[in-house]
Design a protein around this ligand. Sequence first.
Ligand code: ATP
Length: 283
Amino acid sequence: MGVQGECEPHHDVRVLSVRGLNVRYGRSVRALEGVDLEVGADSVLAVLGGNGAGKSTLLRAVSGTLGLHGGAVAGGEIRFRDERIDRLDPARIVRHGIVAVPEGRQVFARMTVEENLRAGGLGARSAEVRARARERVAELFPVLGERSGQRAGLLSGGEQQMLAIGRALMSGPELLLLDEPSLGLAPQMVGRIARIIGEIHAQGTAVVLVEQNATMALDVADTAVVLEVGRVALTGSAAELAASDDVQRLYLGGHAESAEQAEAEQAEALEHRRGRTLSRWVG
Ligand code: ATP
């Protein structure tokens, strides 16, 4: 499927390339099977999929943190700017320029906002990179400047998410991995986070955005993949995916008239699709 318009020549430059990636937890859980995807420099890739589809696992594999969760890459390869990174430890991966913001707004609650940001800066390649990142974070998140002496644990959920992203940016990454940044936030705050991700992208940082909120993700992203039980089920430009019937029905609430109905339709459609997908693999 075509991925991006001709007016965006940067897309040919791949920052991340995943080929035939298999991931296991222990001996029996096959969390990812033959996953292929690419992230262009200056682009945002949305990764969609239901619970347990393998979205977080993908981010763990790219950031080298699978081992912390009892998982391992069992096949395939991950390249960052053409260099294999799937055998590197997490600290080396950060030094290469990839930083992850895990699910759940993980900030150091007892430390101040300022101390959190300083901790993020420890991963920067040089003092100059750190100083530039500092300015960027101050511009993107003025609220963090206002709260700099406050304990992170006392911030609102949205502010904590901003701090988690700001801390990740402090090392000056080329690729930012975000795991469900909209989770549990009010719609207005989701909109704010979405605008910030758009801004981060516009400043030249590539982003992989894992989201259950498909509306938000497809709005911000330029390319997208849908994972289903560990495999890539759909891939294409964000616009193509937003227009596809499957994505409409499964992730964008299709024709539902209420949240409950949307949820029921999603569960039903997912079940139906899963059956089809499984029979396709088996057959
Ligand atoms: P969610 O949206 O619910 O977070 P997800 O798409 O991020 O889901 P993953 O968390 O990556 O999915 O899980 C993929 C599969 O791997 C699931 O079957 C899950 O149960 C399994 N899994 C995830 N983490 C572990 C772990 N630490 N040990 C064993 N199995 C795991």
